[in-house]
Structure formats: structure tokens, C-alpha cells
Design a protein around this ligand. Sequence first.
Ligand SMILES: Cc1cc2nc3c(=O)[nH]c(=O)nc-3n(C[C@H](O)[C@H](O)[C@H](O)COP(=O)(O)OP(=O)(O)OC[C@H]3O[C@@H](n4cnc5c(N)ncnc54)[C@H](O)[C@@H]3O)c2cc1C
Length: 395
Amino acid sequence: MKYDITITGGGIIGSAIAYFLARTSQAGSIAVIEPDSSYQMAATPHSAGGIRQLFSLPENIWMSRYSVGFYADFAQTMAVDGYPAEIDFRRQGYLFVVGPKGAKRLEANYQRQANEGVRLELLDRTALNRRFPSIGSDDLALAAYSPDDGWLDPASALQGFRRKAKSLGVTYIEDKVTALETSAHKIKAARLQHGDLVKADIFVNAAGAWATEVAAMAGMPLPVEPYCRLQHYWLCQAKIEPLPLVKDETGLFFRPEGPGFVGGRPSWDIEPGFTFASDEGRFSGYFDGYFERVVWPLLVQRAPKFDAVRYERTWAGHYAQNMLDGNMILGPWAGGASNFYVACGFSGHGVMHAPAVGLALSELILNGRYSTMDLERMSYRRIVNNEPYKEKGII
Ligand SMILES: Cc1cc2nc3c(=O)[nH]c(=O)nc-3n(C[C@H](O)[C@H](O)[C@H](O)COP(=O)(O)OP(=O)(O)OC[C@H]3O[C@@H](n4cnc5c(N)ncnc54)[C@H](O)[C@@H]3O)c2cc1C
């Protein structure tokens, strides 16, 4: 088998890259190698689907701005045979809330976001109480509210990219890359679990939390580790006004979902690695009773009406956490095989950045440079040079 471009990993990132390459009709033949078309272990369907422009780094703001517009038109842009690709994009806003110590940083970020053209408001405590009376604000000083942001159904967005890419001629191979064959500083072929050899001119590693494993097959070190993140769904007995996605300095976030709420609170006290629920849906060890023990007390502090919740369920997904700086790594393997590209390390932002990443990487692969937005600072070179490029404030 021979393709012009093969992409390892068909989650939202690999599928968005495939779509943006294919829509140019310059890319030639494209294959996505993905072992699990049900995406049972992939991060994408387990995500909260939050889409926000509240970042401090310009690249993250640019990517989100592009993605917000793209997702707003997704149903029509990604329609296949006249069937719209519905993703239930709810532009109900994002709300970052901080205490006195975080206020200066929130204000600086607000300034930068506003300068980049993001529509948002700073709310002091009085304005916050008026707008969102259910938010507990005793410990808060300031909030940033971006009404154009929101959330979508990430599994539908992934399927939308995948279906459209296939309709444009992309081949999805249901198999797993187990080895990469190299010669003369180039990757020549990918060996698959079922024995096939796939040759290509260009290889893209979009294997999410498994990206380090795939890169190692070519001898490329990556600082990306799987980090288990639990997400919970609960119902609330009390009436609460329509809320945006709320996030605070403890890492707690929540948003409405159907009749209830989804949310969680990432923990950094765990070792990297994969953790999944038992067949009965239970978590053991550190995550045993995590909602009651860790998340619920924080929820009650942030929204006292959550005192009366009915807990429904918990599920796990895995961040592909870039241990250097928590930001994505995008572009060719600087210092290694020149035809090996990575798109990984998205930490908690891969769904919101997928359209921008797909567009930008397709430009880089096909034209040798970025034209819509300059993402050079997100390249692998900062990993080689050990130069972290970090977000400031709530991440
Ligand atoms: C609980 C949780 C909440 C989140 N909330 C948000 C949010 O609100 N907003 C947001 O933007 N992001 C969020 N994220 C992050 C987001 O889900 C990820 O950044 C994004 O889904 C990454 O997409 P991906 O395609 O890189 O990875 P994945 O979806 O994991 O896809 C990677 C694919 O690679 C495949 N693969 C692995 N190894 C191989 C191999 N050897 N050969 C071939 N294929 C292989 C896997 O089968 C998998 O399907 C959240 C994540 C979690 C876990």
C-alpha cells in the first residue's frame, strides 16, 4: 500500500488534519490509520467539548477564534450528500472566576483577548452576582465572561470530520501502527498490527495520549504523557439560571448538559498513565469516591445550590499532557526525519483547537509555511531547546 500522506490516529485531530488536507485537492492520496472506529479509549468522545477564546498566549487565542467560527458553520460546511453534520454547538459562553490573587492576571489576559478581537466582559463581584446569582462569590474578586464561546458534542464533531474526510477520498484503515521503518533520515513505511506495510511520502503522528509511543518507533522523544481525567454528570434539585461553562482557579469546571450538569476537577496528584473504570463502571485507588471527596465540596463552594445534587455517573478520558509546558506540539521533527510531523500534546484543548490545527498543519505540509496563523512557536524546536511556552492564569 502506498499513499502520499498517512496519519496515525483518527481522533478529532487526525481526522481534522485529513479533512483540511483533502479539501485542498493538492494533497494526493491520504490514509488515516485508526485501530478503533468506536473510539472507546480515545480522548475525544470523553471530552467536555468546551470551546473558548480565554487564553493568554496569542497562538491559543488565534486558534480558538478560528475554531469558534468554523464550528459555528460546521453543520453546513461538513454536510455530506445534503445531510448536515450537527454538533449541537451551544454558544452559552465561558466564565472564568478568580480570587484577589488572580485578578491582575485575569485583567491582563482580558486586555490581550480584547486586543485580539475577542468579545468579552470583565465582571466585578456585584456585576457577577447580578448576572449569575447562583455562583458563590464570597472568595471571588473578578470574572471574565466570553459570550461567544460555549461547548459542543465532541463525538459528533469527530464523526463530522471523519465522514467528510472520507467523502473527499480519505481512506480509513482499521489497524494499529506498530513500527516505523526509516532510512536516510526519512520515514519510509508504517508496519501495521495485522501485517500490512503502508508506504508514504509524509507521516503525521496524531495518536493523542499514545503519541509518545508512536514517536518512539521512529526514535523521536516526546514529552507527552497520558493523564487520567474524570468527568461527572449530576442533576441538581434546585433551579439554576442558564449558566455558561464556569471554571475557577482550583481547576473546577462545570456546565449545563441536558437536564443536569457535567464537570470535574483535574488532579495533578496522580502519576501519568492510563486508568479506566471497572466493568461495573467503578474507579479504584486514588479515584475511588473522587466526586464525593474532591469535586462535590468544590462545587458547593462555587455554586451553593449544588448542595442538593443527585450524582449520576463518572467516566474517564486521558489528556495527552505536554509535560514541558502544557501546550500542543505541532510541525515537523526538527533535527530528525524531515517527513515526520507531529500534532500532539493538546492537554485539555484538542477539541477546541482541532479545526485550526487541521488548517495550519495542512498549510505547513503542502506549502512549507503557515499562512492563516503563525504557529511556529508551537513547534518541536522548543522541546529540543527546552524552552517552555506556557499559558498564564486559568488553563
Ligand atoms: C475529561 C476530558 C475533558 C476534556 N475537555 C476538553 C474541552 O472541554 N475542550 C477541549 O478542547 N478539549 C478537551 N479535552 C481534551 C480533548 O479531548 C483532546 O485534546 C482531544 O480529544 C485530542 O484529540 P486527539 O485526536 O489528539 O486524541 P484522541 O481522540 O485520543 O485520538 C487519538 C487516536 O489515536 C489512536 N491511536 C493510538 N495509538 C495508535 C497507533 N499506534 N496506531 C494508530 N492509531 C493509534 C487512538 O486509537 C485514538 O483514536 C478533554 C479531555 C478529557 C479527557
